[in-house]
Design a binder for this molecule. Sequence first.
Ligand code: KIV
Length: 266
Amino acid sequence: MQAKMTIQELLKRKRDKKKITMITAYDYPFAQIVDEAGIDVVLVGDSLGMVVQGLENTLPVTMDEMIYHTRMVSRAAKNALVIGDMPYLSYQISKEDAVRNGGRFLKEGGAQAVKLEGGREVAEAVEAMTRCEIPVMAHIGLTPQAIHRMGGYKVQGRTDEAAQRLVEDAKIMENAGAFALILEAIPADLAGQITGELSIPTIGIGGGPSCDGQVLVIHDVLGLFDRFVPKFVKKYANLKGDALSAVRKYKEEVESGVFPGKEHSF
Ligand code: KIV
């Protein structure tokens, strides 16, 4: 039997140069699939605001909603490490808020760690949570909670100055106690540089192949979300198309009297 993934094992993967696999899930059946597939880390991302709740962006997602989804995922994840994503304004206002809300993911959600977005501006929150035994994964580059400041979901770190700032932020996050760092939508060379300069693993999403691991949103991977598809997404299935055909067929068969047949009747 495979053992439950740990943070220590993720750090060892970096040292051993063995890639880390991570994907999002938001409920029991999808988390079960992810776990059975042997994925190392399952992220209950606040991306659920867009791919599950149908919102324009992640900003309205609440702590209570995140805890509700994290509980479902934790129930299914026998082996994968579960990380709860801290929603907008659950950690930015004060470090006390960060500890209280971060702690809820562990106490109520059954997660083993939390993730938050940002660099130097959230360093105090990362330190405070780490001190209270809440392991933190940080996330820099394209940070969707900053959509209004960034003016859209755009590649970050393209100028020398912006790239230098991201290198500094990465080191600040490591020094603050983060056990891993997501690098979203930044040039592959820059992600490679950051990966080489840190002793904690980097997980890329649009960060190129040098990162220590990769993460994607499961609805993108399975072809369930088509409102927009970022360049960094690879679609491994077309479940929306399959589901649409199945439901259309069911409708047709009910209307024509083909379903239910004798085998479905008592
Ligand atoms: O919310 C999310 O799913 C994320 C990942 C895309 C990294 O932050």
